[in-house]
Design a binder for this molecule. Structure first.
Ligand SMILES: [Zn+2]
Length: 243
């Protein structure tokens, strides 16, 4: 009889301490948020929910932002609301390259001095802007609006890949009916970026008249060999060229 309880007790204690040490950082945060969250008026709750749905904004940040807006001046909060409304009403994707624009076609596509037979494929508008800031690329772009990511359920048709293939295949799908001569794959050198580039290269190389290239990679200007990691050095060696 006495062996029963004495066996149970030691067995329970490690289980409890194990559960506590399993989530030492997160549990107190959830516990602390719980009672506050339920106590907010419904409108504040709704604002927190909306803000928490934004990328990179956690529940706690959303709560902080919502409370900031609640106590901020009417004009300040209205300015934010109207900026959001305006961006939704006026900004759209370029009908040709999917860059952001307030017109049907973006400024780069509309620029007659650009080489419309040369297309650089990038993931996001910010990549396009970075390349434009460098001011060395004279072709036009195609923005994928993401990259293929099987783990996140993002496939080729979730991006603007079908439109890119149409542009590459038939001149009438490209701006001003110009036949595409070369496509430069300007995706980020990440696992997903490389996977997307590989998929695109496979699809695009079936179009025989097309030249497909990718951006060089390797040592950054101003960098030092001894500080470069193995992947960077491998890329630099493989991408070497004659001087
Ligand atoms: Zn465009």
């Amino acid at each position: 009889m006495s062996t029963g309880p004495s066996h149970d007790q030691p067995a329970k204690r490690p289980a409890r301490t194990g559960a506590r040490s399993g989530s030492p950082g997160k549990k107190p945060v959830r516990d602390a948020l719980g009672p506050y969250r339920t106590g907010y008026p419904a409108a504040v709750e709704r604002l927190i929910d909306e803000l928490a749905g934004l990328p990179g904004v956690g529940r706690r940040s959303a709560e902080r932002l919502a409370l900031f807006l609640v106590k901020s001046e009417q004009t300040k909060a209205q300015a934010l609301a109207s900026a959001i409304a305006q961006v939704k009403a006026t900004v759209r994707n370029c009908a040709v390259c999917y860059h952001l624009t307030e017109d049907r076609v973006c400024k780069v596509c509309a620029d007659e001095t650009r080489d419309r037979s040369l297309i650089m494929v990038v993931e996001q508008p910010r990549d396009l802007l970075a390349l434009e800031a460098a001011g060395v690329f004279k072709g036009v772009y195609h923005v994928l609006l993401g990259r293929i990511s099987p783990l996140d359920g993002v496939g080729p048709t979730d991006l603007t890949i079908p439109a890119l293939l149409d542009r590459a295949r038939s001149p009438q799908e490209n701006f001003e009916g110009v036949r595409v001569r070369e496509i430069v794959l300007g995706l980020n050198p990440t696992l997903e970026g490389d996977g997307t580039a590989l998929f695109l290269a496979d699809q695009l190389q079936r179009i025989t008249s097309l030249r497909v290239s990718r951006l060089a990679r390797g040592l950054p200007t101003g960098g030092q060999l001894e500080l470069a990691n193995k992947a960077v050095l491998t890329d630099a060696i493989e991408g070497r060229r004659e001087v």
